[in-house]
Ligand binder design. Structure first.
Ligand SMILES: *Cc1c(COP(=O)(O)O)cnc(C)c1O
Length: 227
């Protein structure tokens, strides 16, 4: 399936210079990523560790790989050597493991904290109490090999635009208040919110990074599991 070049260019012009597009390439083959790369795209988002480690060596080394899925602690080691930004950090335990694996690779890894803003129970992320306790832990014992660059969130999957806007606004408010905390591990500049279905709303509510997949690469067809 070829990439939608016209859509891609339109999205870039809507975003302007100040905002970053992460092209979400999960489930899509390396050829599709290459096609978009040739149009100038460098930031790509992947959700699955195994898929990412298979694609990464097949593609140019100046791609900035964003891990946007739910990351299991025991898989951090596979991506720690090259990942550009881990967007889905949803526990202190995971952050500690990223710090450890970053140290092993002589790197400092940039992360975003995923915040739970949607009503759906299934979406991962910190709530307010957990964010506060994380901030306290980092204040007491800073980690040397991670920097938290901001927040990431997913709104409810709904047609109700006002609800989506309210959820994104709530994330922007948390971003503003956390960014004022004087923690060495906090260097906030990224608010990652918005996908194909809702990115114009997210931008209006203060997003500066959107994660767009299907609108550029076409609908994802997941392989059917048999047996
Ligand atoms: C799949 C995914 C996206 C992109 O979704 P589209 O609807 O295809 O734009 C964005 N963010 C996360 C966390 C995702 O898992």
């Amino acid at each position: 399936m070829p990439v939608d070049e016209q859509r891609y260019k339109q999205i870039l012009s809507e975003l302007g210079e100040a905002n970053t597009l992460v092209a979400v390439s999960k489930i899509k083959p390396a050829e599709d990523i290459r096609e978009l790369y040739d149009l100038g795209q460098r930031d790509f988002g992947e959700n699955y560790v195994q898929e990412l480690v298979e694609k990464q060596p097949q593609l140019p080394s100046d791609i900035r790989w964003h891990f946007i899925g739910h990351l299991q602690t025991n898989k951090v080691k596979y991506i720690a050597g090259f990942v550009h930004l881990i967007q889905g950090v949803d526990s202190y335990k995971l952050l500690k493991e990223i710090d450890k694996q970053a140290a092993r690779n002589n790197r400092v890894i940039d992360c975003l904290l995923q915040v739970h803003i949607a009503q759906e129970e299934t979406k991962f992320g910190f709530d307010d109490a957990e964010l506060e306790s994380l901030a306290n832990q980092l204040a007491a014992a800073p980690l040397e090999h991670i920097i938290i660059r901001g927040l990431m969130g997913m709104a409810s999957f709904t047609e109700d635009k006002e609800k989506v806007a309210a959820e994104y606004l709530s994330l922007k408010k948390r971003y503003d208040s956390l960014s004022r905390l004087p923690l060495v591990n906090f260097k906030f500049s990224i608010l990652s919110m918005g996908m194909s279905s809702d990115y114009p709303i997210a931008l209006r509510e203060g997003s500066n990074m959107v994660r767009i997949g299907s609108m550029i690469f076409g609908k994802r067809v997941y392989p059917v599991k048999t047996g």
